[in-house]
Design a protein around this ligand. Structure first.
Ligand code: F6P
Length: 347
């Protein structure tokens, strides 16, 4: 049987384990492939035999609803695509399924350009992979954000407060936009639309004039004020040696306190958004993508990734996703619906 590797690159997202399970089950039931996992994203390639884990029907039992990745994830490791291709040969891998976001899919395309038989599966809670309408993990993250909004409204309304909820999304505001839509937020601040603190304050004042004594703001971590930059968590950035965002909501809270006579509180959902059991939608999407990836590699269709387009899971060239970020479309239907519902973007 042909031996195929699989790895989960970048940060974790609910549904990664469901993909592993789907690939292994499809490989065993239908396409007859031997599947081995590479540990810790691309990091496992540098760890000799320790970096590899055989995956069997037994090892993927009960994985459909388990968050995280049993293989481990790694968004710190940066390696050379030529080295990964070399390691594939040394490990006897006749194909590789790379489950990852934009960064990992870019590496996948580079490996494919070097002749490696590679299939990509897009993942990220941020939903910012180009070429696919949705990634698994996004629905789970948005469901959590929307639920937390409803809780915050209870307190915001009772205490007549402005509450700012910071959510993930460094380059794209899909989580903030959909979270605001599903969580009945009044203002959504996203990286694609620079906000003006004075406009945000005006929306709050206008609401107060209509006896709405509270305001809920959902803010992407990558949102920035007009003329300003993204807010970095300086301490963690220094420790990690790479840019880590954090604190945008508290910066805005500070700006609003100077403009309004209103109690303003901020909080961040941070990594609570990444863990937990995937929603049924994400389990189904991840499973469909895993099956398609196994079938693709089984029939030697490589240099492709599993894209979700118009409710169908289909193969698309890796070049559609590599090196690109799918941002919120300023003229798109979700933003337009949000504006029609009265959600302000602080612009
Ligand atoms: O998965 C993408 C993402 O959630 C970004 O929105 C966020 O900035 C980043 O991961 C955080 O990653 P880490 O856990 O490495 O700080």
């Amino acid at each position: 049987m042909r031996k195929i590797g699989i790895l989960t690159g970048g940060g974790d997202a609910p549904g990664l384990n469901a993909v592993l399970r789907a690939v292994v089950l499809c490989a065993s039931n239908e396409v007859r492939l031997d599947i081995v996992g590479i540990r810790d994203g691309f990091g496992g390639f540098a760890e000799g035999d320790e970096g590899v884990l055989p995956l069997t029907r037994e090892s993927v039992r009960g994985l459909l609803w388990r968050g995280g990745s049993i293989l481990g994830c790694n968004n710190r490791y940066r390696g050379d695509p030529a080295f990964f291709v070399e390691r594939m040969k040394e490990l006897g891998l006749e194909g590789l399924i790379i489950v990852g976001g934009e960064g990992s899919l870019t590496v996948a395309a580079q490996m494919a350009a070097l002749g490696a038989p590679v299939v990509g599966v897009p993942k990220t809670i941020d939903n910012d992979v180009e070429g696919t309408d949705q990634t698994f993990g996004f629905d789970t993250a948005v469901s959590l954000v929307a639920d937390m909004c409803i809780r915050l409204i209870d307190t915001a309304e009772s205490h007549h407060r402005v509450m700012i909820l910071e959510v993930m999304g460094r380059n794209a505001g899909h989580i903030a936009l959909h979270g605001a839509l599903g969580g009945s937020a009044d203002i959504a601040l996203i990286p694609e639309i620079p906000y003006r603190p004075e406009h945000v304050a005006q929306v709050i004042a206008d609401r107060a004039a209509r006896s709405r004594t509270y305001t809920l703001i959902v803010m992407a971590e990558g949102a920035a004020r007009e003329g300003g930059g993204k807010v970095l968590d300086r301490y963690r950035t220094k420790l990690a040696g790479r840019e880590i965002l954090g604190g945008a909501a508290e910066v805005l809270a500070h700006e609003l306190r100077a403009l309004l006579d209103h109690e303003v509180r901020s909080l961040s959902l941070a990594h609570l958004q990444r863990g937990g059991a995937p929603t049924a939608f994400d389990r189904v999407l991840a499973s469909r993508m895993g099956v398609l990836a196994a079938r693709a590699i089984g029939s030697n269709r490589t240099n492709v990734f599993t894209a979700y387009r118009n409710s169908m899971v289909q193969l698309a060239p890796l070049s559609d996703a590599a090196g690109k970020v799918r941002r919120v479309d300023a003229g798109g239907r979700f933003l337009s619906a949000a504006r029609a519902l009265g959600i302000s973007f602080g612009d």
